[in-house]
Design a protein around this ligand. Structure first.
Ligand code: ZN
Length: 430
């Protein structure tokens, strides 16, 4: 990564996630604004964050921007005067979008407003109620079970008022106006793999791209609340949408398991070929599109039909910690996050540097030795380099791309690209 030690990159990823962890994010409100502040503060000087606010009541395709939600505090006091649960201790304690409430209830009346996970009695679940006005608290099942009968005082000091939905984007211009879209949701409260991992790795990806000498494509990074945020962006950018050539949704980039790439709806886009190549070489898994998941389902919707795939490690819903307080800073490892970042740079490198080449010496095998391309000393890495040149020459028919040659030869794209560079230099390819 730009010659920087891996440790420095990992420390930056972890530092950013640690700072963003306590913020009470949701699909609107100050938690989103503060998170955008942290994103802005982490950007390299060449990148700027542009924020867009969409007012409550705005129609966005089949949806309407709802009221803005903000939290001043929320807690329940038990019959003994002790606080049973307090959002100040953990953002997951309050059901997201809980309506303002002050009331006194018996345990029996309170019980339907309490959520827990009997199968993981020490974890706090994550619950939302965006589109149905309600309130509730989430707590460890062990604590819920210990509640004594009696009267409970509930304070939900929140506001649900006309305001705005906010999203941010970073645009890095390239040599062409064709764009690569990279999107990450920012609407989950204190959840690390399912939210902060995508944001923190995206910030490093921006750094990586800014450090490149040249970019064939322009890049747009979207930081938006899930579903309603990406739809708001699509709604507000009808002239940008046709410029998107490739896209990726990023989340769940730590938290164990191999890399998992989810294909675009058509399954045969350039991003599919590039991501599949990288993920398979790294022992990961490739899956077909399905209309459930993250914002890939908005971008791939029939009306937009954008070639946007998704990179995660173990996907949502397939690990026990998903949407619970166990998806914390300890759940994701530096190595997992770093490998995800490296895989992303490899995928973008293919988008940037894949091309079709033609063998200029097609009548038999050209003599590599007289051009200084054949090592005089044997050795494993040297013969790998020679093999990459032989594969490239063998398939450089003016129709086959370097990525296709890499797939055919089962060599990494970077090896074929290096071989092609050496052959171009020697005049054996055009
Ligand atoms: Zn989620």
């Amino acid at each position: 990564m730009s010659g920087e030690p891996d440790d420095a990159v990992s420390a930056r990823i972890r530092g950013w996630m640690t700072e963003a962890f306590p913020l009470c994010r949701s699909i609107s409100g100050d938690g989103v604004r503060r998170t955008l502040d942290l994103i802005e503060a982490a950007l390299p000087p060449a990148a700027t964050l542009r924020r867009t606010g969409v007012p409550s009541g705005t129609e966005v395709f089949d949806w309407t921007i709802g009221e803005e939600w903000n939290v001043a505090g929320a807690w329940i006091t038990g019959p003994d005067g002790q606080r049973v649960v307090d959002v100040a201790d953990h953002t997951l304690h309050l059901v997201s979008y809980s309506a303002p409430t002050r009331t006194s209830l018996s345990l029996e009346e309170l019980r339907p407003h309490l959520h827990s996970l009997p199968e993981h009695p020490d974890w706090i679940p994550y619950r939302t109620s965006y589109y149905h006005r309600d309130w509730g608290f989430c707590l460890p099942h062990r604590r819920l079970e210990a509640l004594e009968p009696g009267q409970y005082d509930v304070v939900v000091d929140t506001t649900l008022e006309p305001g705005e939905l906010v999203y941010g984007e970073v645009y890095l211009p390239g040599e062409t106006s064709s764009e690569v879209l990279v999107s990450s949701h920012l609407c989950h409260p204190s959840l690390v793999n399912d939210n902060l991992s995508g944001l923190a790795v995206t910030l490093e990806l921006i750094r990586h791209l800014v450090a490149q000498d040249r970019r064939r494509f322009s890049y747009r990074f979207l930081f938006a609340p899930g579903t309603i945020g990406s739809l708001s962006w699509l709604h507000g950018n009808p002239t940008v949408v046709p410029r998107i050539r490739h896209g990726l949704v990023l989340t769940g980039l730590g938290g164990g398991g191999p890399l998992v790439y989810k294909r675009t709806r058509h399954g045969d886009a350039t991003i599919d070929h590039a991501a599949e190549h990288v993920v398979r070489h790294r022992g990961g898994e490739v899956r077909d599109y399905s209309p459930y998941g993250y914002d890939e389902r908005q971008f791939n919707a029939v009306g937009f039909d954008l070639p946007v795939g998704r990179l995660t490690r173990t996907p949502h819903g397939e690990y026990a910690e998903y949407h619970t307080s166990a998806d914390d800073l300890d759940f994701v490892t530096d190595d997992e996050l770093h490998e995800s970042l490296t895989a992303l740079t490899e995928i973008l490198d293919i988008l940037e540097r894949d091309e079709v080449v033609t063998n200029e010496s097609p009548y038999g095998e050209p003599q590599l030795g007289k051009r200084g391309l054949y090592p005089t000393m044997g050795g494993k890495s040297a013969s790998d380099a020679v093999m990459a040149m032989l594969w490239t020459l063998a398939y450089a028919d003016g129709k086959t791309s370097l990525l296709e040659i890499a797939d055919t030869s089962d060599l990494p794209f970077s090896a074929v690209r290096s071989a092609a560079d050496a052959l171009l230099e020697a005049g054996l390819l055009s």
